[in-house]
Design a protein around this ligand. Structure first.
Ligand code: FAD
Length: 397
């Protein structure tokens, strides 16, 4: 293999490129990304950058000098438009790129509401989005409506509230963050926001925005209207796979891979765009978290270099964190489809606790608030396919 192309120049794409070099690959590594920026980190965008604590430039993951020293060629501002799988060729608007090995790392983009969006309605995925939102919030305390109570919406609400803005969260589901952490912990998070003065409206949809040139409010499905100077929409993401349609790869809410991350001979996928059977949980999953993007990209790069016999299944315990107010939330494993959720350590009222999630007899997941050490030990037990009973024993004071 002489030429490896990596499509998507963000966290997963960059980590794949670096892992190829670390493993001694000496051929051409070319990173191609639609974003005009060099690779940057997204988690600070809803935290330090939004809070004004960091200049956006601090979120950069690498500079040109470091890319050169690793001999990684990069094309920014370049969208790949199609893949010829049999011919091992990519197309952009201006050129064709031949490859021997391909890493797909095109991530995901925000889902949009099917309504007209006047100025002042934001999404938050890119550095450009963050700059535009920060600029819009710079005129002192404002009235902000956050549409969607997923983790990004919740972080935006917490950061804006901490900056003194008036914040309302509107969520169509009866419980926030249910998909990410289940109903019980979703209710705990809703309560956290209410105690910080956020107006949390659950079980109500957004009908449309009020205002022509600039947003002035949000009309809800229950007939009420919320005033708004600024709106942030965070209603989930969709994987960027349109450029792969008709290529022959299997697309189903992401690029479908085997357990070793191979999507086709010579083609691997990683990060928010990849869907693969995680044998540790006997479940096909697509993970939208930072740790997974980096780890999976490194595993995908190794898979590309491996001979068939060396190929290993990628079987991580998914893990993510979220910072909201003075709380650090950490979540390990699977928190959806739990048979039972038990607070096994600490107290919810004190804001320091760990909840464990049971699937059958197994420990499937752990949710910790300001208890990182306990989440890490539960994560290790999940990786060992440990029992729920043992996990409870270990955490009980
Ligand atoms: C505001 C925010 C806060 C977050 N906070 C956390 C957190 O606290 N904890 C956590 O675990 N995770 C967090 N995440 C999630 C984490 O950032 C993502 O999981 C991670 O960025 C995924 O990396 P990726 O490289 O797979 O995809 P992405 O970061 O989505 O990058 C994909 C790249 O591919 C490019 N691309 C798309 N299509 C094409 C194409 N056709 N041709 C060329 N390039 C293309 C895109 O421009 C993009 O740069 C957060 C995300 C956001 C947006």
């Amino acid at each position: 293999m002489q030429r490896i192309a990596i499509v998507g120049a963000s966290l997963a794409g960059l980590r794949a490129a670096q892992e190829l070099r670390r493993r001694g690959f000496t051929g051409n590594v070319r990173l191609i990304g639609a974003d005009p920026e060099l690779p940057y980190d997204r988690p600070p965008l809803s935290k330090q950058v939004l809070a004004g604590e960091w200049e956006p430039a601090r979120a950069m993951l690498i500079d040109r000098k470091a890319l050169r020293s690793d001999d990684i060629e990069i094309s920014t501002g370049t969208a790949v438009t199609s893949l010829d799988l049999g011919g091992r060729r990519l197309s952009t608007e201006h050129e064709s790129i031949d490859y021997d090995g391909l890493v797909i790392a095109t991530g995901a983009r925000p889902r949009r509401l099917p309504t007209a969006t006047p100025a002042g309605v934001h999404e938050l995925r890119t550095l450009a989005d963050a700059r535009s939102l920060v600029a819009d919030l710079s005129d002192g305390p404002q009235t902000i409506v956050v549409v969607g109570a997923g983790f990004i919406g919740a972080e935006v609400a917490a950061t804006c509230r901490s900056q003194g803005h008036r914040v309302t969260i509107v969520e169509v589901a009866p419980v926030p963050m249910e998909r990410a952490v289940g109903a019980e912990m979703g209710a705990v998070m809703a309560d956290l926001h209410r105690r910080h003065g956020v107006d949390v409206r659950l079980g109500v949809a957004v009908d449309q925005f009020v205002g022509d040139e600039r947003v002035a409010g949000v009309e809800l499905g229950d007939g009420s209207t919320l005033e708004a100077d600024v709106v942030v929409v965070g209603i989930g993401v969709v994987p960027n796979t349109e450029w792969l349609e008709g290529s022959g790869l299997v697309l189903d809410n992401g690029v479908v891979c085997d357990a070793t991350l191979l999507a086709a001979p010579g083609v691997v996928a990683a990060g928010d765009v990849a869907r693969w059977p995680n044998l540790l949980f006997d479940e096909t999953m697509r993970i939208e978290h930072w740790d997974n993007a980096g780890d999976q990209a490194a595993a995908a790069a190794r898979r590309l270099l491996a001979t068939g016999a060396e190929a290993q299944a990628f079987t991580p315990v998914p893990w993510f964190w979220s910072d909201q107010y003075d709380r650090k939330v950490q979540v390990a494993g699977r928190t959806n489809d739990a048979d039972e959720v038990v607070v096994a350590h600490g107290a919810v009222d004190e804001g320091r606790f760990v909840a464990l999630y049971r699937r059958g007899e197994r420990l499937a997941g752990a949710f910790g608030m300001n208890r990182p050490r306990h989440v890490i030990s539960s994560r290790a037990l999940i990786a060992e396919r440990g029992s729920f009973a043992e996990a409870i024993d270990r955490l009980t004071d």
